[in-house]
Write a protein that binds this ligand. Sequence first.
Ligand SMILES: Nc1ncnc2c1ncn2[C@@H]1O[C@H](COP(=O)(O)OP(=O)(O)OP(=O)(O)O)[C@@H](O)[C@H]1O
Ligand SMILES: [Mg+2]
Length: 256
Amino acid sequence: MSSQRIEVENLRVSYGNDIVFKGETFTLEGPGLIVVIGPNGSGKTTLFKAILGLIPVQGKVVLNGVDVTGRPEEAGKLVGYVPQFKGEEFTFPVNVREVVESAIALRKTPPRLRFPKGEKKRIDEVMEIVGIKELAKKPLSELSGGQRQRVFIARALVWDPPILIMDEPLTAVDPMGRADIVRMIKEIASDKLVIVSSHDPSLFIDTAKTIMVVNRGIVASGSPKDVMNEELLSKVYGRSVFLVEKCVHLVDGYAI
Ligand SMILES: Nc1ncnc2c1ncn2[C@@H]1O[C@H](COP(=O)(O)OP(=O)(O)OP(=O)(O)O)[C@@H](O)[C@H]1O
Ligand SMILES: [Mg+2]
């Protein structure tokens, strides 16, 4: 199994005068599922972009021993990324299969859109698992929000990266689709380092090895048992935190 390690050292990130992280140091090691939680605007997406080298930062980000600080092309060799869906429109003429294929094509030198049999099989398999096989020829611009989200999950998975970062991958996905995707994410985490942000961590809690709580800084990081307690979460979420002893979820089509 390839190594899967994220080392972040004294990470500082700000947008103008708005300081989001002021000196975070942590290490995440795979395989396993890390769930990042925190209110809107707390810094989850900023943290992911910092790890991926997509925004200017101070400090250091090292992935599998490679210093990728501010180097998205290097980080992109190790991390599959599902960006947060913010309702963007995609008008350029590209179909679903081409979007998935592009993740492999762009990692060839020189980039090229011809695939040997093994790669074609892998592309078919991933599209089947993510439930977008029937959409292969459909233009990206004509997809629903949930369909589009699945396409970007397939794109992140198809080249088999050692590390996956998924920023709210369940946004816009319906309850049945959520069940499939949550199951898939948990499976992938058995041999990769998978980091998922979610506003509904209950879906992942049985599998998560670490919950990281972000609130303008990393305010807690530990096992679900240690972190998911009322006192700690109340400090971050205020009165939105409540304890439910017996609770039926219909979110993923099964009672859990
Ligand atoms: N490009 C940007 N320019 C200026 N400020 C930004 C930019 N991106 C994010 N911010 C600010 O940084 C803070 C953290 O934003 P971020 O998107 O990381 O939060 P988040 O935890 O992902 O929130 P959400 O749950 O809504 O996705 C917010 O106050 C946001 O307004
Ligand atoms: Mg976000």
